[in-house]
Design a protein around this ligand. Sequence first.
Ligand code: 13P
Ligand code: SF4
Length: 312
Amino acid sequence: MEKDKEALIAEIRRLKQERDAAIMAHYYTDGDIQDIADVVGDSLALAQKARTLSNKVIVLCGVHFMGETAKILCPDKTVLVPDMEAGCSLADSCPADEFEAFVKAHPGHTVVSYVNTSAAVKALTDVVVTSSNARKIVDALPRDEKIIFGPDRNLGNYINSETGRQMLLWDGACHVHEQFSLQAIIDLKKQHPGARLLVHPECKKAVTLLADHVGSTASLLDYARNSDATEFIVATESGILHKMRQLCPGKSFIPAPPEEAGCACNNCSYMKLNTLGKLRDCLRDMSPAIEVDPEIARKAIRPIDRMLELSK
Ligand code: 13P
Ligand code: SF4
């Protein structure tokens, strides 16, 4: 390891102790961030574990909505993020005022929102879901319940097809997951006939139809660990490959190709804003910290708690 990086990591460890901080990281962050984190997980695990931590401070290395969720769940903790600009194209595809008008235009519906939303959208929601528990939670709702699902049209379509529901979908999407090339995946499967295709449900339907396994990042990781196969094509953000390679030595993981040859489109540019340098700076400065409007937090905690209850 380079000297500068070693010194930076030592400084982060020292500041972490001093501040009584826990570092939480999503699987899409850089390997260096995952390796220094106390907790690495998918969106559900990060939400579940935030509340169980005894530390005074959480540094959430992920994207803004993950920090917001941690702050809503742990209002007495300071929740820091290395970069306030780490947003999410999917959350951005669902402005709260437009979503509120959509909900009002369809009275009598239960509102199910993906965790990839702002706190203001969660405040308009009856139950939050992640890609880990969306199917289970939708299945738990009465069969005749009319449901609005937002904001991801791909995850919504996938849950509709798995559950036989006809949820009304908000028309949002993630720019990373929408760009995988079906034709390039078909070509790759021909070159690697023994490889299993692992797909996140934010991908387009045509890609999920080809998959050997569709699931959240944690579920894709579990499948790879437990499978007899030794080769996998991975259609989700590239950060997960770090953990897959770490936990499955001897197996090989091939990133699914994007539409545009040669682009790094399977990197979430927001997730990659989390760097060791910014992680050190936020622990040193105790900033930037996530704040949530108390009235929004009061409304948003209910659907998040309902999710955590239904996920048990
Ligand atoms: P997970 O629920 O699998 O963590 O996915 C989060 C996410 O942002 C996917 O793009
Ligand atoms: Fe949002 Fe997509 Fe990045 Fe996930 S990969 S955080 S959905 S922009």
